[in-house]
Design a protein around this ligand. Structure first.
Ligand SMILES: *Cc1c(COP(=O)(O)O)cnc(C)c1O
Length: 354
């Protein structure tokens, strides 16, 4: 599978696999034995390498640190009962990776190179993929600017790195969500559609304030009027209103989520009408009051399908139905799991087998 990509491989002499506690896997804290690294210089990608996971030496002047030429992706790999390993839709992430790169004036990476680098790394560390339900291998590809130069100009050199680690469930309960009507995540003409590092730094203060008020997550609204819902932390906000699946259109300000796209495809398979359009806070509150809002959840690779338990706006909290009784998101969850873990036929060709 990796024969077209020439990768120098140096295996670790000290695997940490045996000492890793797979019953305690906080998100993003446990990494496998190896990482993938490639360099961009002289207008091309080179030095493809898999080596032991560990610190990298960098100049303190690299422009990624000063001006934020940095972005990432998030993907998961799953272990099936028969030992087969699959990565979920990495081709979609490859496309989005390049959209982020272009927005940030960074070099793109051929889609096959992106997918094959990841597959090669997952293959070497396949023992790290948990076999348990709701567990997976989280894959974090990222790129950043490495010119040691303080000029505000696109770097001429970059690194593309992939790190991976076993992970368990992300959220354990239905989320108390606040509609954010003061802070803004993304504006038209900005970079909300890119998985740019800077988007997450700017979200931390609003997220902390929401947490201090007792909320688990916030739902961003449009920058102009704060009237239309956009998305949640690192998940797209999706709703079942009056029997229709509705979610914000994946334009400038919205991250075009792979999970979002997958949920939409399933809904269409099942004959459920899908509307990608502006979703106003007012219609959600109306739906919460009259019972027509029968489902609400965040959709993302890390969080998978995270049920929203209640929506709060301007200090008023609107509780939603018990997540266990929600037909749509329960069916999405079980169908997705069955496909990802190889228990159901992958009719859409979403599993990339390693
Ligand atoms: C990553 C992310 C998502 C979800 O995208 P997936 O491809 O489904 O993981 C949604 N919104 C934001 C802001 C994100 O960063």
């Amino acid at each position: 599978m990796t024969d077209t990509l020439d990768i120098k491989i140096t295996k670790t002499q000290h695997s940490r696999l045996a000492e890793t506690d797979f019953s305690n896997l906080p998100f993003g804290k446990v990494f496998s034995d190896h990482m993938f690294v490639a360099d961009y210089a002289d207008g091309e990608w080179k030095n493809f390498e898999i080596l032991p996971y560990g610190p990298i030496l960098m100049s303190p002047a690299i422009s990624a640190l000063h001006y934020g030429q940095s972005f990432f992706e998030g993907i998961k790999a799953y272990k099936h009962a028969d030992g087969t390993v699959s990565i979920f839709r990495p081709d979609k992430n490859a496309i989005r990776f390049n959209k982020s790169a272009e927005r940030l004036c960074m070099p793109t990476l051929p889609e096959e190179v992106f997918v094959q680098s990841i597959a090669a790394l997952v293959d070497i560390d396949r023992e790290w993929i948990p076999g348990k339900a709701n567990h997976a291998l989280y894959i974090r590809p990222f790129m950043f600017a490495t010119d040691p130069f303080l000029g505000v100009t696109p770097s001429a050199t970059y690194k593309f790195i992939v790190i991976i680690g076993p992970t368990g469930p992300y959220f354990s309960k239905a989320l108390r969500v606040k509609i954010e009507t003061h802070f803004t995540r993304a504006a038209e003409g900005g970079m909300g559609f890119a998985k740019a590092a800077g988007n997450y730094g700017s979200a931390m203060l609003p997220a902390r304030k929401a947490a201090q008020e007792g909320f688990d997550q916030l739902i961003w609204t449009d920058a102009k009027e704060h009237k239309y819902v956009e998305e949640m932390g690192a998940a797209n906000a999706m709703f079942l209103l009056d029997g229709k699946l509705i979610t914000a259109e994946a334009k400038d300000t919205i991250l075009d989520g792979v999970t979002r796209d997958t949920v939409i495809a399933l809904a269409k398979d099942w004959g459920i009408p899908v509307e990608e359009r502006k979703v106003s806070v007012a219609e959600l509150i109306e739906g919460a009051k009259n019972g027509k809002l029968t489902d609400a959840f965040g959709a993302g690779t890390a969080a998978t399908i995270a049920p929203v338990g209640s929506i709060s706006v301007d200090g008023e909290e609107y509780p939603l139905s018990d997540p266990a009784t929600r037909a749509f998101s329960q069916k999405v969850l079980s169908t997705l799991d069955a496909i990802k873990y190889g228990r159901a036929e992958d009719t859409h060709g979403w599993n990339y087998i390693v």
